[in-house]
Design a protein around this ligand. Structure first.
Ligand code: SAH
Length: 266
């Protein structure tokens, strides 16, 4: 059933660096919509928002997250910096900064920004609620790589594992331009964790199973935290596991909707 992750490969930088950060290509296609062809103002603004000045659109997204209670300054800065529109298909670029989950292929989805932010904030809080930068981190479910890009700004080392080869390759391509030397993309079954990177200060899962796999608890450092969805009674809830000297403490939070955690690779 399980195959060992093949390699803790670093994301190799492009030989030539991509465009300067602010000059985002108009991935919606064509020249910017500046009123030509009778485009209405809202359409033009949206097209420009992701085509020319995506930083402003992200700032608006971050303001909404802050209004919803996300307070961790480095997390908000990461959400403002990482270009979510680079991780979705060009047809979905206009929705990239809306608070909505989006398909990323092979039946999987990228979570909506408010859920991504909520889970990362929980992860960074630690047992005593103190905000911290996390040490080694394991992400189960790389998907398109968006959350991995955020995490690489918030943790010392990030190991991100994906069981679908197609998405692992997609994430690799999506992340290459970001040149993130502390992010290691792995192809394998994340239900086994990734023992070579352990012990982890933090483990985060973007897919929900019926229980927390034992390898995650084994590979978590004392003082470490897991944030993951768990399936039960026909619904999923967000779970926080803290590994303490005295044992494991489990907190059950709100209802969530994630794709299923599956074993093996495909
Ligand atoms: N964080 C991702 C979200 C991806 S959706 C992003 O930012 O895009 C969840 C992902 O978990 C899917 O890609 C799915 O294939 C993957 N997944 C499910 N079970 C897994 C497992 N056992 N090991 C690794 N990845 C798994």
């Amino acid at each position: 059933m399980t195959r060992r992750p093949l390699f803790p490969a670093r994301v190799e930088p492009f030989a030539a660096p991509p465009n300067a950060p602010k000059k985002v290509a108009n991935s919606a296609g064509g020249t910017p919509a500046t009123g030509r062809n009778g485009l209405n103002i809202a359409t033009a603004a949206r097209a420009q928002g992701v085509g020319l000045d995506s930083a402003a659109v992200r700032e608006r997204m971050v303001r909404r997250l802050a209004e919803q209670g996300i307070a961790h300054p480095e997390l908000l800065a990461a959400m403002a910096a990482v270009e979510r529109h680079r991780f979705v298909d060009s047809a979905l670029v206009n929705q990239a900064y809306e608070d909505t989950s989006l398909p990323i292929g092979l039946g999987q989805t990228i979570s909506k920004p408010s859920v991504v932010a909520r889970m990362i904030e929980l992860l960074l809080q630690g047992v005593d609620g103190a905000q911290r930068k996390t040490g080694r981190l394991l992400e189960v479910g790389t998907g398109c790589g968006y959350q991995a890009a955020l995490l690489s700004r918030l943790a010392r080392e990030v190991y991100s594992i994906e069981r679908l080869r197609g998405l692992h390759e997609k994430a690799r391509a999506n992340l290459r331009p970001f040149r993130l030397p502390n992010l290691h993309l792995l192809f394998g079954d994340g239900m086994q964790g990734f023992a070579q990177g352990a012990p982890y200060a933090s483990i985060i899962a973007a897919a929900g199973g019926s229980s927390i796999p034992q390898p995650w608890i084994d590979q978590l450092a004392v003082g470490g935290r897991i944030v993951a969805p768990i399936e039960g009674g026909g619904q999923q809830t967000l779970i926080v596991i803290d590994k303490l000297e005295q044992g494991v403490r489990r907190s059950v939070l709100e209802t969530v909707h994630f794709v299923p955690l599956k074993s093996g690779v495909a």
